[in-house]
Design a binder for this molecule. Structure first.
Ligand SMILES: [Fe+2]
Length: 257
């Protein structure tokens, strides 16, 4: 099974730019790239930050551009999003009780659980008792492999500002995952605007670049997350009973994509 991991689109109002780049144009070209090369994917997993400022016009643009994806879309939101504006533009997106942008769905390779770590007005991520209880229930259905997707990493990665705005509720999350550790095959994350991979308490994870700007690999700067202009990218993940292979498609700033 091939899936596409897309993250951190950071769309702004039509005509506006962000860090000197046009996020809508870049997403449009990214979707065209996926249409050309990966129309055989099972679905796209979008791990949050569809918009930069949460404006309705940005969500309308996201809806229109993402409608061109050749395969189904499963999505959650990030710290830059607005839950209400997202729901208005994506009225058919599955929600969990309480209106959270969460869903669980089954695939031939296992159960995918998408978690909403957005906390209104905050940059860091949270999982309240209601969302954690929903996760606990979602894990109790079936005994097969599980894949998680969420915006905020539940651990530090060495980037000072991003570490302060990680998912703060990593301990309760880990406590819920603990009885299922042998089943959780992979965690797909956003937020970092970087391609990285590793493991957390034995659970493999990967993150991908954003489609607009990136965050520099800077382990020193404290107060801000310095923007970098490395190429945009998205993940192409190949999943079989034996392996999860996370590739990165780099989208160089050329006419080619
Ligand atoms: Fe982001």
């Amino acid at each position: 099974m091939k899936i596409i991991h897309l993250s951190d689109l950071h769309l702004v109002a039509p005509g506006a730019t962000l860090h000197g780049l046009d996020p809508q144009d870049r997403l449009r070209r990214c979707v065209a790239h996926i249409r050309t090369l990966h129309a055989d994917a099972a679905f796209v997993l979008l791990s949050g930050d569809l918009t930069h400022g949460g404006e309705p016009a940005s969500y309308e643009a996201a809806r229109a551009i993402l409608a061109e994806l050749p395969v189904p879309l499963h999505v959650t939101i990030g710290n830059h999003d607005s839950r209400s504006a997202f729901r208005a533009a994506f009225p058919h997106a599955p929600l969990s009780e309480g209106g959270f942008v969460q869903e669980a769905f089954d695939t031939p390779e296992g159960r995918f659980i998408v978690l909403d770590t957005h906390e209104p007005g905050r940059a860091e991520g949270r999982l309240c008792d209601q969302r954690l209880a929903w996760l606990e229930h979602a894990l109790q259905i079936g005994e097969g492999p599980v894949f998680l997707c969420l915006h905020h990493p539940p651990f530090r990665v060495g980037l000072c500002r991003m570490d302060r705005i990680r998912l703060l509720d990593s301990d309760p999350l880990l406590a819920i995952l603990q009885p299922h550790l042998g089943r959780v095959r992979h965690v797909f994350m956003g937020h970092l605007h970087r391609a990285l991979a590793g493991s957390w308490h034995g659970i493999p994870f990967s993150g991908v670049r954003g489609t607009n700007h990136q965050i520099a690999l800077d382990f020193v700067t404290q107060d801000v997350a310095p923007v970098s202009f490395e190429a945009a990218g998205y993940g192409v993940v190949l999943i079989s009973p034996e392996a999860v292979i996370a590739h990165l498609e780099e989208l160089a700033d050329s006419e080619a994509w």
